[in-house]
Design a protein around this ligand. Structure first.
Ligand code: ADP
Length: 479
């Protein structure tokens, strides 16, 4: 960690913020300051923009194979440094080391996947229906991009955007979340080592997100925004992108339903619930937020889930045997506490957990609430913590209606052993992704994304690179 960069990365050089500002990075397990990193302002944003704009033309002309090989080398370096990167991530974000190692592998995979996609960008063409004209279609990079990432997956949210941007031939400014800048800075150093030309990727760490991002979006030189974060901030950025008609990809919030039908295999459902709820301490937009369990199984499901949740070890992510690390910060924990208090006031029964421990760090115990009132605030708020809220239902139509009764539509989880019901319910859910008898959907080779207010566009999969490419159509008469 001692040699992790803490400066801005602009035009291939490590530099301080123009006004010399720095910001602290906290360890959420202790509340102590780990280090300080550069805190960029508007002037640094302009410099990063200039570097990205200057590098764009030549970068777009680079051989696809050369771009592919940079990604491939970076993939290999990331895997070689798994332990180092996992420790860095755990120290700034809190997740247990085993999960951090899992994220390193997941993050690296985006580079391998897009190294394979970089050489498969194809255009097309043909004779038009009138027989007198021909069309030639070519693909070109959309241009300099602004990438804004959240703190919950500090490495993977970066590679999921940087991978396709490099593959497509776009230059970039990456603005990571202020809570977790170190993983992004380490990633920039790895890409430089892998041979990425100067100016292609620029990283501005900042506590002044609006001051840095708004001029970039309104300025007319940034051609693309790829954002992962809350729906609330997403709306603001969409409005700012309208001025200069910036293309956008938005991965926003979720409110995932987790539906357990009366014909479900309860072992699979409880395993799935543990994954869908507890991955990343529940700090994931894919986290199951509302458990709808058929009334015939609800008691048994609640009992078994509470037993599994109660057995998890809570503590600092660096300690051996810990399953659940701290939440990201005091604000995040206070929100979880308020949501639980509201549900309990409305009659929910606490099967396990439910009370934050005393002492330093932002810990919150795995919690299961049964008999949750549908009017509770956690039904229409992303909990972003290790709290499973169980409601009951009796009828398929009713549960589909309730599952869809939300402005979000990222992912849904369906547990049933009936094939027809599985397909029917999955098709009726207004979501971009469905986990059928599984609690994990994320995979670099699959298109990740949501409908409704969960976002626009997809990341990963064959379509992930499309978000960074334009078509150019050439009309040529047939002579
Ligand atoms: P969370 O509540 O999970 O932190 P946010 O949507 O607030 O989610 O943050 C996601 C990312 O968006 C972070 O990198 C954050 O710094 C950034 N962000 C927040 N507000 C703005 C803004 N006004 N302009 C640009 N980026 C922003």
């Amino acid at each position: 960690m001692t040699d992790t960069p803490t400066q801005l990365f602009i035009g291939g050089a490590w530099v301080d913020a123009a006004d010399g500002a720095t910001m602290p990075v906290d360890d959420p397990a202790t509340g102590e300051i780990l280090c300080h990193v550069a805190d960029a302002g508007a002037k640094d944003a302009r410099l990063a923009e200039e570097a990205a704009v200057q590098a764009q033309e030549e970068w777009a002309r680079t051989a696809p194979r050369a771009r592919s090989e940079i990604l491939r080398r970076a993939y290999e370096i990331i895997l070689e440094r798994t332990d180092e990167l996992a420790h860095l991530m755990t120290s700034e974000m809190g997740k247990p080391l085993a999960e951090a190692r899992g994220e390193v592998a997941y993050a690296a995979e985006f580079f391998r996947w897009f190294s394979e996609e970089a050489v498969r960008i194809d255009g097309g063409g043909g004779i038009l229906p009138d027989g007198r004209n021909r069309m030639l279609l070519s693909r070109r990079p959309v241009g300099p991009c602004l990438l804004i990432t959240p703190w919950n997956f500090p490495l993977a949210m970066g590679t999921r955007k940087i991978g396709p941007a490099i593959a497509a031939g776009c230059t970039m400014i990456l603005k990571p979340a202020p809570q977790t800048p170190l993983s992004s800075l380490a990633l920039a150093a790895i890409l430089k080592e892998a041979g990425l030309p100067d100016g292609v990727l620029n990283v501005v760490t900042t506590s002044r997100a609006g001051e840095v991002c708004e001029p970039l979006l309104r300025g007319g030189r940034i051609r693309k925004l790829s954002f992962t974060g809350s729906t609330q901030v997403g709306r603001i950025l969409l409005a700012q992108s309208a001025d200069a008609v910036v293309r956008t990809s938005m991965e926003l919030g979720g409110n995932a339903p987790f539906i357990v039908f009366e014909d479900a295999d309860l072992d699979k459902a409880v395993d799935g619930a543990m994954l869908a709820k507890m991955r990343n301490m529940g700090e994931a937009c894919t986290a199951a937020n509302r458990f709808f369990v058929h009334s015939s199984l609800a008691d048994e499901f609640g009992r078994r889930l509470a037993e599994r949740m109660g057995a998890l070890v809570v503590g600092p992510g660096t300690r051996d045997g810990v399953d659940v690390g701290p939440l990201i910060d005091r604000t995040g924990r206070a929100k979880v506490e308020e949501l639980v208090a509201d549900a309990v006031e409305r009659g929910a029964e606490v099967l396990v957990g439910g009370r934050a421990p005393e002492g330093p760090g932002c810990f919150y115990p795995p919690t299961v609430l049964a008999g949750v009132d549908p009017e509770s605030r956690l039904m229409d708020t992303e909990i972003f913590g290790p709290v499973a809220a169980i409601l009951t239902f009796d009828d398929e139509d009713e549960v589909v209606r309730r599952a869809n009764d939300t402005p979000w539509g990222l992912v849904g989880y369906v547990f049933t052993e009936g094939l027809e019901r599985a397909l029917r319910v999955s098709e009726r859910l207004e979501v971009g992704m469905v986990g059928l008898n599984t609690g994990l959907v994320s995979n670099p080779a699959a298109p990740f994304g949501g409908v409704k207010q969960s976002g626009l566009g997809r990341e990963g999969g064959r379509v992930g690179i499309e978000e960074f490419l334009e078509y150019q159509y050439l009309a040529v008469p047939v002579r």
